[in-house]
Design a protein around this ligand. Structure first.
Ligand code: ZN
Ligand code: ZN
Length: 342
């Protein structure tokens, strides 16, 4: 089969011929119909994150936003059959026995394996996955739309859920990119009022199309002031941007008792004033991807028509080029690779 392969950190990702995976016990082989290109893929390929660099398999097939069709099931698999529509997320496998797995927090499992990091991912014609951790994709959701939900959508879905924000409250989304534009729609679907903050007017335009109640151009106006005017300031600030300035603006704009959710990851530490935290009894929480249950809920929401991701379908052969363009900041919408095109 064809797969886009990373031979070493910092090396270009190139499409090569490689043996098709075979399903072992408890596993399925999925024919990939769509695989999203996530910003993490670029960081992984460059070896930017030490904690992941240590556990990254090389050579590696990147890609953890996979949607496709089951073509083979291994011994013991009863939950999937050939022909089933299936999705593979970042969490490839978790132990099911540790304190985190048994308390609904499998994203923290210390024994987890990770799709497109510790095992081969979806920049390929076929991928192998654990039946226990594969998601069912509803018929109403296309492969192209389902793929980005596996990481980008899931990450913000769980972040919003973890924040505890309630219907009628105000959530401010900082950074209207791949994650941010999905966050706006997910929050709106939960009855939350949404303010979107970005420095680029075209992204604010996207935010309005996604249903944002207020938009704030942080290059033209002070986010704190503008957000206080918009619904009295956010109960929750969800920071999808990787800019340090976004974190400063987010924390200072929260209403008393508010919560800042860390999702975007700047390379440098984020400044936090203990005085501001104490005076406002503010909370800072972080969220990483999501559990299988979160993913099921998100796919149901998508099937009900609640979410539309801005995608651009490109052939698998473009994998390396897409990462190059991402590095230059030259990407609008989620690039979704498909082995079926061109
Ligand atoms: Zn991702
Ligand atoms: Zn575990």
């Amino acid at each position: 089969m064809k797969a886009a392969i990373l031979e070493g950190f910092g090396k270009p990702v190139e499409v090569k011929d490689t043996p098709r995976p075979e399903a072992g016990p408890g596993e399925v082989v999925i024919q990939v119909k769509a695989c999203g290109v996530c910003h993490s893929d670029l960081h992984l390929a460059e070896g930017d994150w030490d904690a992941l660099k240590r556990i990254t398999k090389l050579p590696l097939v990147l890609g953890h936003e996979i949607a496709g069709v089951v073509v083979e099931t291994g011994p013991g698999v009863t939950t999937f059959q050939p022909g089933d529509r299936a999705g593979v997320p970042w969490l490839h496998w978790t132990c099911g026995e540790c304190e985190y797995c048994t308390s609904g927090r499998e994203t923290l499992c210390g024994k987890q394996s990770i799709t497109g990091v510790t095992v081969n991912g979806g920049y390929a014609e076929f991928v192998k996955a654990k039946a226990s951790h594969v998601a069912r994709i509803p018929d109403a959701v296309s492969f192209e739309q389902a793929a980005p939900l596996m990481c980008a959508g899931l990450t913000v879905y769980k972040a919003i859920k973890s924040s505890g924000v309630r219907a009628g409250e105000v959530l401010a989304v900082f950074g209207v990119g791949g994650l941010g534009h999905l966050a706006i729609q997910i929050a709106k679907a939960r009855g939350v009022k949404v303010a979107a903050v970005d420095i680029t007017e075209s992204k604010l335009e996207l935010a309005r199309r996604c249903g944002a109640d207020w938009t704030v151009n942080s290059g033209l106006e002070q986010p704190r002031k503008a957000l206080r005017a918009a619904g009295g300031g956010p109960h929750v600030a969800l920071v999808c941007s990787a800019a340090k300035a976004a974190y400063e603006a987010a924390l200072s704009s929260l209403r008393k008792g508010g919560t800042m959710v860390v999702v975007g990851m700047p390379a440098e530490p984020i400044p936090v004033s203990a005085v501001a935290l104490v005076a406002g009894e503010l909370r800072i929480i972080a969220s990483a991807v999501g559990t299988r249950e979160d993913l099921r809920e998100l796919l149901e929401l998508a099937a009900a028509g609640g979410i539309h991701c801005e995608t651009r379908l490109e052939p698998l052969a473009n994998a390396g080029g897409a990462l190059e363009r991402m590095k230059r900041g030259d990407i609008t919408g989620r690039v979704v690779l498909t082995p079926d095109a061109g």
